[in-house]
Design a protein around this ligand. Structure first.
Ligand code: PEP
Ligand code: MG
Length: 874
């Protein structure tokens, strides 16, 4: 850690993102490029991490560096903090390495006090100065002091109502003087007698501390968990000279992208508002104008804007998302960053940037977040159902996709009803960062106010959730339990449908259909396939899923869970008969009835796979999972099977276990009932031999034994499987080759992997069980309490979704290394849920696995994540 904590924008550049955050590094870079940037400085991320590690607030050392930076900034601007003649006013904003839009806090107009506002007002206009002061008090009260912001909002609304105004612009100088007075009184009241601070330096230190503090607010933590952003990176804080878009009608502020963030189409895209401050555009309180109309309003500014926007895009070689302010006819850039975009837009932009010669294929791959591809697989409306539906409203198509569900009016209700299994649509006047959990729970989001760059639009696009925004025709009732649109009242819990691609609103439940991928996808994914070294397989247990996964690019099946084949209506009676069998002969007879089903499933899958490999796992779950547990059901099954209720009931009770996950499952079943393993091995071998003969495919079956913990128990089952395989080969006169391997899902297997590899020809890491057993967390119940771990900052992510590299990962790494000491050509893969998670895939690449295996819909994500891993770890 260095002891320089504060950097002027003139002292840094874009390479310093870790230390200065994205915003700080980019402001420095733009300064270097000579662009019109209101100057300022950045307090580094190290202060943030130190703050949390040591519990220290701003140390003397940091404060003295801030003081020095302020003096430099005063010189640059020829203004002074707190000066009456020429006051320096600043904004204080967060900025982490990875952008987290709206998740953290901001304070504007800092430096304002009772004396400054009068002098500043005399120069710039009193109404404007007072308006800036009241905004500052309001933000400071909220962000720095955590006072109840509703009281401030209500006070403002009361004045507007008393005067009969319907927007803030109607407030006069006198009104605003009154607002400032009331706000200061509220502040005094809410703080229990502490007046609003008049010393600008005190304001500044407090604001910087508060913005650092917002790194750990609840919504930031949720956002980080959703986006795999580690808390340890911390945020930086930027202190920047204020410029005013609300100075007069020759001023304004806006947000723009260099390409369309929904479609990727090249061309400037954005919105602005005249006589407004930054937050007005993003907060969606007034609906902004499209940026192209700026060309008429202020042609010179517009041309300069376009020129700089193009320069920035060429410089960063990516689509830029820029904030700008026009102060009395002069253009300033407040920030630029690589813009968030939909998945179709991300692919379009990546392909175009390569075509335009700005990026290499591999650079373009890195511009697309693997998780983002999820969106390509999102639903649209069923064409016929849509044709029969009536459009009842239309607003901005803020984030594409189709959604249908029940209406709820706040985030908590939306989240609660989602939990209950409903499809929900969140309807809000406008969204704010506090709504994040409800937005994540919703199929779709509908807002009354706000443009294409409003909070709702930006966040929904990031999540890939359908969003329609700015529907001014929609009136939400005062009690927020219903709304009216097109003359109809829609109550909480009623169905509506949204089309995020057209902005259409329907007051009915329209059927949705899954997405198809096309166009740029194939081209882009081919680049990914060229770059990656990890293979990608899929977890599937029927021919249809296999076919689907192959379409998505799966190179084989990494896990076929054979128990899934037993649950179908025509099969479950047969497996039940097997379970209640009293003798080996009875069991063998029951199994003989199951063989044809297993075999035909395997054959279907081998056909779909052509020559791609398939790992088939022997029966894993405890047998009681196949039996009914209610007396009613036991009775009817008993009569179906022609046995007595008591007999079946006794069997069910016999199979009861206190900890079934640690019980009679996995290869333990094969030790008690070798005939089950024999039947399954036979079905696999016969299927492979027959498809090989019928289709000429070169098939090499992989038979996998689950839940091994010790060499001897595994060897016992391996022998049974091999004997059967050899027998089948002989019967069929086949020379087919096959592999017998195991899953590594018990810590003991990882610890003794050298021994295990002596009897297993391949390992597949079952990281679901391995995580369960390493943490001692039940995978079925942990969800109930892990929420408390996230809230309390103990865990940042779900170890069942994102591999715990520090603990479970160590077992994986050890097993790979040890296994390969005794078997040089040991094949290694992963088939736990982590096989589809990008950060876990990076880990798999680094420990040298041969493949990852994941559900069909995550195959594209895994292919891209594997490409990223290969490029970034080169
Ligand atoms: C695992 O444990 O990671 C695994 C893939 O097996 P299952 O989820 O079927 O227990
Ligand atoms: Mg398992």
């Amino acid at each position: 850690m260095s002891n320089k904590y504060v950097y002027m924008f003139t002292e840094a550049d874009k390479s310093m993102k870790d230390l200065l955050g994205g915003k700080g590094a980019n402001l420095a870079e733009m300064t270097k490029l000579g662009l019109p940037i209101p100057q300022g400085f950045t307090v580094s991320t190290e202060v943030c991490t130190k703050y949390y590690e040591d519990g220290e607030t701003l140390t003397d050392e940091v404060v003295s560096q801030i003081d020095e930076a302020i003096i430099k900034l005063e010189k640059i601007n020829d203004k002074k903090l707190g000066d009456l003649e020429n006051p320096l006013l600043v904004s204080v904003r967060s900025g982490a390495k990875v952008s987290m839009p709206g998740m953290m806090d901001t304070v504007l107009n800092l430096g304002m006090n009772d004396a400054v506002v009068e002098e500043f007002g005399a120069k710039t206009g009193m109404r404007f100065a007072l308006d800036s002061y009241r905004r500052f008090i309001q933000m400071f009260a909220d962000v720095v002091k955590g006072l109840r912001k509703q009281r401030f909002e209500r006070a403002l609304d009361d004045i507007k109502e008393a005067k009969g105004y319907d927007n803030d612009l109607q407030l006069t100088e006198e009104d605003l003087r009154e607002v400032v007075k009331i706000f200061k009184e509220l502040y005094l009241d809410e703080t229990g007698g502490i007046p609003f601070p008049q010393d600008p330096r005190e304001q500044l230190y407090e604001a910087i501390k508060a913005v650092f503090g917002s790194w750990n607010n609840e919504r930031a933590i949720i956002y980080r968990r959703m986006n795999d952003i580690p808390g340890s990176i911390g945020t930086a804080v930027n202190v920047q000279t204020m410029v005013y878009g609300n100075l007069n009608d020759n001023s304004g502020t806006g947000v723009a992208f260099t390409r369309n963030p929904s479609t990727g189409e090249k061309g400037i895209y954005g919105e602005y508002l005249l006589n407004a401050q930054g937050e007005d555009v993003v907060a969606g309180i007034r609906t902004p104008q499209p940026i192209t109309t700026l060309q008429e309003a202020m042609p010179e500014v517009y041309n300069q804007f376009i020129e700089i926007a193009n320069r920035l895009e060429n410089h960063y070689k990516d689509m830029q998302d820029m904030e700008f302010t026009i102060e009395n006819g002069k253009l300033y850039f407040l920030q630029t960053r690589n813009g968030k975009r939909t998945a179709p837009a991300a692919l379009q932009i990546a392909v175009d940037l390569v075509d335009e010669g700005l990026l290499t294929e591999e650079e373009a791959l890195l511009k697309v977040e693997p998780k983002n591809l999820d969106q390509l697989l999102h639903p649209s409306f069923d064409k016929e159902a849509l044709a029969a539906a009536k459009i009842r409203g239309n607003a901005l198509p803020a984030s594409p996709g189709a959604a249908a569900g029940r209406v709820y009016f706040n985030a908590a209700d939306a989240a609660a009803h989602k939990e209950m299994g409903e499809r929900v649509i969140l309807v809000r006047l406008e969204t704010s960062p506090e709504d994040i959990e409800g937005m994540a729970a919703a199929q779709g989001i509908l807002t009354v106010r706000g443009g294409m760059t409003s909070h709702a639009a930006v966040v929904a696009r990031g999540m890939g959730t359908c969003c329609v925004s700015g529907c001014g025709d929609l009136k939400i009732a005062d009690d927020e339990k219903s709304f009216t649109l097109d003359g109809e009242t829609v109550n909480e819990g009623d169905y509506i449908s949204l089309d995020g691609s057209t902005g259409n609103i329907y007051l009915e439940d329209i059927k949705t259909v899954e997405a198809k991928i096309s166009g740029n996808f194939g081209k882009f994914m081919a680049w990914a396939d060229k770059a990656r070294t990890l293979k990608v397989r899929t977890n599937a247990d029927n021919p249809r899923d296999v076919a689907n996964a192959v379409k998505f690019g799966a190179e084989g099946v990494g896990l076929c869970r054979t128990e899934h084949m037993f649950f179908e209506e025509d099969r479950i009676p047969k497996i039940r008969k097997m379970i209640v069998s009293k003798t080996v002969e009875e069991r063998e007879a029951a199994l003989a009835e199951l063989i044809p089903f297993q075999k035909s499933d395997f054959k279907g899958m081998y056909v779909e796979l052509e020559e791609r490999p398939m790992t088939v796992r022997l029966l894993d779950p405890p047998l009681h999972e196949f039996l009914p547990h209610e007396d009613e059901d036991i009775k009817s099954l008993a009569s179906e099977m022609g046995i007595s209720f008591d007999e079946l009931k006794a069997t069910v009770e016999e199979l009861h276990e206190f900890n079934p996950m640690l019980g009679h499952r996995g290869l333990r079943l094969a030790i008690t009932y070798p005939e089950i393993a024999k039947m399954q091995a036979r079905a696999i071998m016969e299927a492979a031999i027959e498809v090989k003969a019928e289709k000429g495919f070169n098939i090499k079956p992989e038979i996998m034994i689950p839940l091994a913990g010790a060499q001897k128990e595994l060897a016992y089952v391996v022998d049974i499987v091999k004997e059967t395989c050899e027998l089948v080969k002989k019967e069929k006169g086949s020379d087919i080759e096959y592999l017998v391997g195991t899953m590594i899902e018990i810590p003991r297997a990882a610890l003794t992997a050298d021994k295990i590899a002596e009897v297993a020809q391949f390992f597949s890491f079952g990281t679901n069980d391995l995580t369960q057993m390493t943490f001692g967390f039940s995978r079925d119940d942990a969800g109930g309490f892990l929420g408390d771990y996230y809230k309390k900052g103990i865990f940042e992510s779900d170890p069942f979704a994102r591999l715990d590299q520090e603990g479970v990962g160590q077992l994986v790494r050890m097993a790979c290394e040890k296994g390969r000491t005794t078997r040089g050509d040991l094949k290694l893969g992963i088939c736990g849920e982590h096989g589809g998670d990008p950060s876990s895939i990076d880990f798999c690449h680094r420990v040298g696995l041969d493949y990852v295996s994941c559900s069909p819909f995550r195959v594209p994500i895994a292919r891209l994540a594997a490409a990223h891993a290969a490029i970034l770890n080169r």
